[in-house]
Design a protein around this ligand. Structure first.
Ligand code: FES
Length: 138
């Protein structure tokens, strides 16, 4: 059995997961380290990245004010920093590392507009030469 790290709810067994909706989003050969693509998965804009040979998929909308994350800075510790108010998130778990610190002073006020919440992350796999994303929130 698999349980969500965020909610503690049962996701599925591995057997069930095989039959859940996976979306083929790109050829694996299109990706090099630090390649990023925004793809549509089940009506959502999902940012897919390759980070040190690992494929990661997250919502392309920053949880702070929903601005796009695709131009964000990927950090060596597998994080992403939003280009707008510099909120930072763990790309594997979606955990908030920092919430709206930019610009100095004003960033804290902007941070209070929207309460702190994690970035949505999605399961990925590589199969048959393609990168796949499962839109079920982990
Ligand atoms: S929209 Fe990303 S930090 Fe504000």
């Amino acid at each position: 059995m698999n349980y969500s790290r965020k909610t503690g709810k049962l996701i599925s067994t591995n057997f069930e997961r095989y039959f859940m909706d996976w979306y083929k989003v790109a050829l694996e050969s299109e990706f090099f380290d630090n390649t990023r693509k925004v793809v549509q998965v089940a009506g959502r804009k999902v940012l897919v990245l390759r980070f040190k040979h690992e494929y990661l998929a997250v919502d392309n909308a920053c949880p702070h004010l929903r601005f796009p994350l695709e131009q964000g800075t990927v950090t060596d510790d597998c994080g992403i920093i939003c280009p707008f108010h510099h909120s930072a998130f763990d790309l594997r778990t979606g955990d908030v590392k920092e919430w709206s610190p930019w610009p100095p002073g004003l960033g804290r006020i902007l941070g209070a507009i929207s309460r702190e919440k994690a970035l949505k992350v999605y399961a990925t796999k590589v199969e048959d030469g393609y990168v796949w994303v499962n839109p079920d929130f982990l």
